[in-house]
Ligand binder design. Structure first.
Ligand code: FAD
Length: 443
């Protein structure tokens, strides 16, 4: 008996329910990944991270006697083609929430039915599967985080799946090769793969203690940086949540809560799959201004507001941005410049190694006031945010070298410096906000 495991965003052998089930139910298993050139052209950074993760997964599977079978093209057509070649009885795949993934699942289901094969969907991309907890237990999804989190935390989490001990490929299968490693765009991006993800998780557990105090400190870099490994499933979110939950203290508890946020947006996106293009709450979907010039300044990190520019430049340099900076830069685009959150979604999605539909769009809509924030009209004053979360200006100077010579918190408002100093800086004056109340930018 032969089974196919179609890997998607579960690029690991530990706690992989689809892989574990295939290995326990079939004598021969085809671990398959289909590169969809259309999808993977969206972000050179993620294409690279994906490639590194696949190479690492291939190694892990070879150690178990198997291999990673690679094909290129339409994932459904290629999967069915292989399934027919090896006369597979069934296909196992991890369930996912985006429009793209749901369409793939539907098409696979139709094809499987047509060819009399079974399609089995497995959990594994979240700690708690979308729909597993619901308000009042009556179906539907949670719109507000706190009640979701209470239900999420007290739900019975599934048992982790055992890692397979041996994988036997069907004899006739051609393994296929990964194309050359894509270049990526960010010089300081993290390296993908389960091996690297596990190493980072081990290191993180030694630093998780002060997370509660440090996670908002822009310069401290006191967060896990595990997001891209979770995004590609190099790490199981359940394993990460379990090991953090086993630690005592406010740090681990605050960290587990963030994993709850991740699942929260997955269940919202599962219920509202158009999250990346349509407002979840249309009432907040204000009259966004078209202003390509301001948008370009924001993208380039040349708004003249140092903390905003620092975040935007970190994004390009690392394919990553600190969460506090994501909040500040997103609020600046939408609430101060009055530009459409969809432009922000697209730009972040191009660069972020952890970029995914649920978390990127969910968080953008939260900031823009069209999503799940219970205070959609809240404002972030970037100067106050900068002074609070980067009190000495260390983060700004790290990413905006033009301001290196300005010491302390004065770096947050270069327009207040004496004219002679300001004239010597190769740094722009702040972009005009379209909002009257934005007096914080006036010299
Ligand atoms: P940690 O602080 O160590 O948190 C641990 C994990 O919890 C993260 O790896 C992540 O999986 C999850 N998490 C943390 N904060 C959030 C949150 N606010 N929402 C959902 N999950 C969270 N996260 C993404 O994974 N992908 C995205 O595309 C993404 N886009 C964002 C866009 C905007 C505008 C904003 C404000 C936030 C976005 N986030 C996104 C959430 C958050 O910024 C990142 O998850 C976090 O910065 C990743 O760094 P870390 O792994 O060190 O996080």
């Amino acid at each position: 008996r032969t089974a196919i495991v179609l890997f998607t965003r579960d690029l690991r052998v530990h706690d992989n329910p689809a892989l574990a089930a295939a290995c326990s139910s079939a004598e021969r298993v085809v671990p398959l990944f289909v590169l969809d050139p259309h999808l993977h052209a969206l972000s050179p950074n993620r294409a690279r991270f994906l490639h590194e993760s696949l190479a690492d997964l291939g190694k892990a599977l070879r150690r178990l006697g198997g291999d990673l079978v690679i094909r290129e093209g339409d994932p459904v057509a290629e999967t069915i083609k292989i399934a027919r070649e090896v006369e597979a009885e069934g296909i196992a795949v991890a369930q996912d929430v985006s429009n793209y993934a749901r369409r793939r699942e539907r098409r696979l289901a139709e094809e499987c039915e047509h060819h009399r094969m079974s399609l089995r969907l497995f959990p594994g991309t979240t700690v708690v599967s979308p729909g597993e907890v619901s308000p009042g237990g009556g179906g539907g999804h949670y719109r507000v985080f706190s009640p979701y989190y209470r239900a999420w935390e007290s739900a019975k989490w599934r048992d982790e799946a055992p890692a397979p001990t041996r994988i036997a490929l069907p004899e006739q299968i051609m393994v296929g090769r990964l194309p050359e490693l894509p270049a990526g765009e960010s010089p300081h991006a993290l390296v993908g793969g389960e091996t690297e993800g596990k190493r980072r998780l081990r290191t993180w557990l030694r630093h998780i203690g002060p997370y509660d105090d440090l996670h908002d400190d822009l310069a401290a870099d006191g967060t896990s940086r595990l997001s891209a490994y979770l995004r590609f499933g190099c790490l199981s979110p359940l394993t990460v949540a379990n090991v953090a939950r086993a630690e005592d203290g406010a740090g681990p508890a605050a960290f587990v809560r963030q994993l709850g946020w991740r699942d929260f947006y997955y269940q919202v996106t599962y219920a509202f799959p158009k999250m990346s293009t349509e407002a979840y709450r249309t009432a907040g979907d204000g009259d966004w201004r078209p202003d390509p010039d301001a948008l370009q300044h924001w993208k380039d990190g040349l708004t003249g507001v140092p903390v905003v520019d620092a975040g935007m430049r970190q994004l390009q340099a690392e394919g990553y941005m600190h969460n506090r900076a994501r909040l500040i830069t997103a609020a600046f685009l939408t609430k101060h410049l009055g530009l459409d959150w969809r432009d922000g979604v697209k730009w972040f999605f191009r660069w972020l190694n952890d970029g995914d539909v649920a978390n990127n769009s969910g968080n953008w809509q939260w900031v823009a006031g069209t999503g799940n924030d219970t205070k959609p009209y809240r404002r972030f004053n970037p100067i106050r945010q900068a002074e609070r979360f980067d009190p000495d200006g260390v983060y700004v100077r790290r990413y905006v070298p033009e301001l290196k010579a300005i010491s302390g918190k004065a770096v947050h408002q270069p327009w207040r410096l004496p004219d002679t100093v300001r004239a010597s800086l190769d740094y722009p004056a702040p972009l005009e906000s379209h909002r009257d109340e934005a007096v914080w930018l006036r010299p």
